[in-house]
Structure formats: structure tokens, C-alpha cells
Design a binder for this molecule. Structure first.
Ligand SMILES: NC(=O)c1ccc[n+]([C@@H]2O[C@H](COP(=O)([O-])OP(=O)(O)OC[C@H]3O[C@@H](n4cnc5c(N)ncnc54)[C@H](OP(=O)(O)O)[C@@H]3O)[C@@H](O)[C@H]2O)c1
Length: 283
């Protein structure tokens, strides 16, 4: 890592993490591992005290007395609670909010405007849609910037999600499609892995061996697509010998509409995300 690179990613500001469940703790670990800010500048708050204490003991982060205390001491606020809880959390922290706070929300479906209406219309607010692979630093996240987010705040938000994977910047109205693709996407891939395992088992492989091969095939194919930067169709052609095994399998997948099925999965998940978002933002 070069010095320039380090400086580019350095934050060194106190960060409040409100909600240290799956995603909150994944982001916390990413921030610490990437040395964005020292652990003593991370203030965590969660209703699950035993888990919070365990995280604090392991990662040397600070436990805030309550939500407001975390917000008062910090400059960056990461909102990582469930959508149903968000409104009450926002009402609680509202008196502690200062104009220069950067608020980053990963809460699915809740719009920047909703957060602004409670915390203040001039506040810098970032909305992100990460995915569960952030827990192993291979996340795919999209982030959208509210109108008052300045350049430095954009850099900080990007650095936080880059600490746990890939980041793209989108307009807020594209976050539903992001949810349908990469937010829900891991579930689709788990189904593919599961089915490949069963295929191997059906053909006589032990479940252990089939599992190892199926998982590594998905991981390796993704890695090759990412590092070679070749179009997936070219990569597929490279392993498709005329008259061979792969073309027969491809014909089977095509005749059952695998690609249309996956396209429709993204479409329907996107539509559902829009519906849920409408319900959540109606207050
Ligand atoms: N998981 C994903 O793949 C994913 C992907 C994209 C976006 N998101 C978004 O990320 C957010 C968090 O998801 P998650 O999977 O990390 O959920 P989670 O594991 O349930 O974490 C939420 C945490 O917040 C805590 N909490 C609840 N009320 C609180 C309060 N008033 N003050 C402080 N902490 C409080 C919960 O404690 P208790 O357990 O005691 O309730 C829990 O530990 C959600 O809004 C979700 O939409 C998740």
C-alpha cells in the first residue's frame, strides 16, 4: 500500500456505529482492518449488550452509554439498525445532531428525504446498499449522496464501503435495482451452489466433495471474470468445446430459460424493494 493510497483512505475521525448486528459489525471490522480510524475512535451502540461487550473486548472499540452520547462524541454516524427501528433511533439522536455531522445509512428502503425530514434538511446524508459479503470483505455496495454531502464526506463514505469490498456510486432512485441485483443476489447464488451440489451428489459424488467443488467453482468463476475483465460470454465460449459436455449443459440451461429466470428475479426483487420503500417512507 503506498502512502498516497493510505492518505486517500484515512479518516481518523470519531465514528458512531448505531446497531452492531450483521452489517454494523462487518463495517466496524472493515474500518479497523483498513486502519481508517483507530478502534478507540469507534463508538458502538446496540440493544444487545452482551454482543456489544464481546465486540468491544475483541476489537477494542468503545461502547457508548446511549445513542445520543455516541452521536455527540462522533463526527460520522453509521445507521445500521433495522428499518422498523430507524424512525425512533432518528428521533432519539435528533437533539445531538450538529450541522457538520455526516450521516451514513445502510437501512434498506428508507430514503434520504425521510432522514432529512427528521434530522435536518441541510445535513450531509449518504445512503448505501451493501450486501452480506461485506462480512468477508467481498461486499458489493452502491452508495448515493444527498444534495448536501461535500467532497470530503463523499470520500469518507466511499472509503468505509471500500474497506469491505467494491463500491459504485449511483443516483438514489437506482438503489432499488441495486437491492434486486447485489443486495438480494447472494441468495440467488446460494441456490445455484446448492443445486450444483445436488447435481454432483445425484451423479455419485460425496456431499463433502460436491460442496467443495461447487463453492470453489462459483468463487473461481467470479474471480476470473473480475480479474480478466473479459465479457462473461467470452469466458463461457472458452470452456465450450464443440460437441463437448459444456455445450450440452448450456443447451439444457437455455431451454429452461436460466437467463430469463435470473433477469426476472432481479426485476421482481427491484419491484418489491420499491413497494417496501413506499410503505416505509409514508409517515
Ligand atoms: N444483512 C444484509 O444483507 C443487509 C444488506 C443491505 C442492507 N442491510 C440493512 O442493514 C441494516 C442492518 O441489518 P442487519 O442484517 O445488520 O440487522 P441486525 O443483525 O438485526 O442488526 C441490527 C442491530 O441493531 C440493534 N438495534 C435495534 N434497535 C436498536 C437501537 N434502538 N439502538 C441501537 N441498536 C439497536 C439490534 O439489536 P437487537 O438484536 O437487540 O434487536 C441489532 O443488533 C438493516 O436496516 C438492513 O436493511 C442489510
Amino acid at each position: 500500500m503506498t502512502h498516497e493510497h493510505e492518505d486517500h483512505h484515512h479518516i481518523d475521525k470519531p465514528i458512531a456505529i448505531l446497531g452492531t448486528g450483521n452489517m454494523g459489525s462487518a463495517l466496524m471490522k472493515g474500518i479497523i482492518n483498513a486502519k481508517l480510524t483507530p478502534p478507540k475512535k469507534i463508538l458502538a451502540c446496540d440493544t444487545n449488550l452482551p454482543r456489544l461487550q464481546a465486540l468491544s473486548a475483541e476489537w477494542k472499540i468503545r461502547i457508548a452509554a446511549d445513542l445520543s452520547a455516541a452521536v455527540e462524541i462522533s463526527e460520522i454516524i453509521l445507521l445500521c439498525v433495522k428499518p422498523q427501528t430507524l424512525e425512533s433511533v432518528l428521533q432519539t439522536i435528533k437533539p445531538a445532531i450538529r450541522p457538520n455531522h455526516l450521516v451514513i445509512s445502510i437501512v434498506a428502503g428508507v430514503r434520504i428525504k425521510f432522514i432529512q425530514q427528521i434530522l435536518g434538511t441541510k445535513l450531509g446524508i449518504v445512503r448505501a446498499m451493501p450486501n452480506i459479503a461485506a462480512t468477508v470483505d467481498e461486499g458489493a455496495a452502491a452508495i448515493a449522496f444527498g444534495e448536501h454531502v461535500n467532497g470530503e464526506q463523499q470520500r469518507i463514505a466511499k472509503a468505509i464501503f471500500e474497506a469491505v469490498g467494491e463500491v459504485v456510486i449511483v443516483a438514489e432512485d437506482q438503489l432499488d435495482a441495486v437491492t434486486g441485483l447485489s443486495g438480494s443476489g447472494p441468495a440467488y447464488i446460494y441456490m445455484v451452489i446448492e443445486a450444483l451440489i445436488d447435481g454432483g451428489v445425484k451423479m455419485g459424488l460425496s456431499r463433502d466433495i460436491a460442496t467443495k467443488l461447487a463453492i470453489q467453482t462459483v468463487l473461481g468463476s467470479a474471480k476470473l471474470a473480475k480479474t480478466s475483465r473479459l465479457h462473461p460470454a467470452i469466458l463461457r465460449d472458452q470452456v465450450t468445446t464443440p460437441g463437448g459436455t459444456t455445450i450440452n449443459a448450456i443447451y439444457e440451461l437455455e431451454s429452461h430459460g436460466l437467463r430469463a429466470m435470473l433477469i426476472n428475479a432481479v426485476v421482481t426483487a427491484t419491484e418489491r424493494s420499491k413497494e417496501l420503500s413506499k410503505l416505509l417512507n409514508n409517515f
